[in-house]
Design a protein around this ligand. Structure first.
Ligand code: NAD
Ligand code: MG
Length: 389
């Protein structure tokens, strides 16, 4: 049997992690797991470890050590708890690492994986938003292949040739518009967490689902794209496309537009990164254009969805501290919204005020990034109540 490709999954119990494991389950002859890491779901992680028999299991939550210990009985996996354990998992030698932790919590493990100089598939967009230049520089320094896993960026990666930059006039990311696309402002303002996480096309973790409902997700993705495709940053555009069949488009100066299409199923971009540079069966439903009722497009409305405007302003400002502030304030606001401590429109209100604060540090290292992140979180947590009414 040929040598199998080794894979580590950071964020194994989440939506992207589980979709990755679903693919690995059907391609057992091609892949084996090196390490699995998660945040706090010890039971779910142990169950996956018993099935996939990784060498190492890491859980960020230290208080679950005994649960992890007991749950791994009968397996040969080494294990540990704490943030350092997640970074240790990322540092083990695997051919491909899937970075699918939510939020800036995924930054240090993403960087640890990149420093190994192999292949890193990055779903954890918040890392790129906050430390894009540091990540891209580290990938270059260590000869790491960085593959975008976010569907729009994965689509653009497949159709954009940086060598043809002189011919390119636009790189377009599509947005589904989220569950509130057709809602008026008053209804959006009264939206509940359950309504926000009920995405029409994609099934995702709670945080990214709220980001999709506020269009902050598309804003973060614009900043993510500017890191991944720096040559084309000035040409980045967003268009709302409710069917989520076209994920990305490259426009050329002769009028040609090349679009990448697929079913809205994350197993497709994940399988692209697992198979790269070859193709792998994704088990996704084939795309039958004759069965679609139509493909429609509209402009994004930044009045009803101010989070997108805020992210666009951050990107245009060129201030490298601003994306970190945007992300940190948004993470605190989204968590508060999900806990029913903040109304939906409290999210852009809190983020906008955070962006007006002075950030004297220009982030040149991960320590700088974390200092800005922690300062913003402390401010946002302290000021949350003012936005709760
Ligand atoms: P999720 O909430 O379903 O899963 C998150 C995973 O990260 C879980 O395994 C959780 O245990 C783990 N985790 C959380 N905090 C952690 C910590 N401190 N240390 C270690 N592990 C931790 O989220 P998701 O929807 O799978 O999204 C993951 C990332 O991928 C996000 O950055 C998201 O923006 C991005 N992404 C997701 C999708 C999607 O369809 N779900 C699409 C594109 C990009
Ligand atoms: Mg996306």
């Amino acid at each position: 049997m040929p040598e199998r490709t080794t894979v580590t999954i950071l964020g194994a119990t989440g939506s992207i992690g589980r979709s990755t494991l679903e693919l690995l389950r059907t391609h057992k002859d091609k892949f084996r797991i090196t390490a699995l890491a998660a945040g706090s779901g010890a039971g779910a992680l142990c169950e996956l470890a018993r099935e996939f028999q990784p060498r190492f299991v890491a859980l960020a939550d230290k208080s679950k050590y005994h649960e992890l210990h007991n749950g791994l009985e009968g397996t040969t996996a080494a294990f540990d708890c704490g943030d350092h354990a997640v970074t240790d998992a990322a540092s083990l030698d695997a051919d491909i690492t899937i970075c699918a932790i939510t939020g800036i919590a995924g930054l240090s493990s993403t960087l640890a994986a990149i420093r190994r100089g192999k292949t890193v598939a990055i779903a954890n967009k918040e890392s790129l938003v906050c430390a894009g230049k540091l990540i891209m520089d580290a990938a270059k320094e260590h000869g790491t292949t960085l593959l975008p896993l976010d569907s729009e960026h994965n689509a653009l990666f497949q159709i954009y040739d940086p060598a043809k930059i002189d011919d390119v006039t636009a790189l377009t990311l599509t947005a589904s518009g989220g569950p509130f696309r057709t809602w008026d402002a008053a209804r959006i303002a009264a939206a509940t967490p359950a309504q926000a996480v009920a995405h029409p096309n994609w099934s995702m973790g709670a945080k990214i689902s709220v980001d999709s409902a506020t269009l902050m997700n598309k804003g973060l993705e614009l900043i993510e794209a500017a890191c991944l495709f720096p040559q084309a940053a000035a040409m980045l555009k967003v268009v709302v496309h409710p069917q989520s069949v076209i994920h990305g488009m490259v426009s050329y100066r002769d009028g040609n537009v090349v679009a990448a299409m697929s079913q809205p199923d994350m197993k497709i971009p994940i399988s692209y990164t697992l198979g790269w540079p070859n193709r792998l069966e994704s088990m996704a439903k084939p795309l039958d254009l004759t069965k679609l009722s139509g493909l429609t497009f509209e402009e994004a409305d930044t009045t009803r969805f101010p989070c997108l405007r805020l992210a666009q302003e951050v990107l245009a400002s060129g201030n490298p501290a601003a994306p970190i502030v945007l992300n940190a304030a948004n993470e605190i606001a989204v968590a508060a919204f999900l806990d029913s401590h903040l109304p939906l429109m409290g999210i852009p209100a809190l983020v906008e005020e955070a962006l007006q604060l002075e950030t004297p540090i220009r982030p040149a290292s991960i320590t700088d990034v974390m200092t800005i992140d922690e300062g913003t979180r402390a401010w946002a947590t302290h000021n949350l109540k003012r936005f709760a009414a």
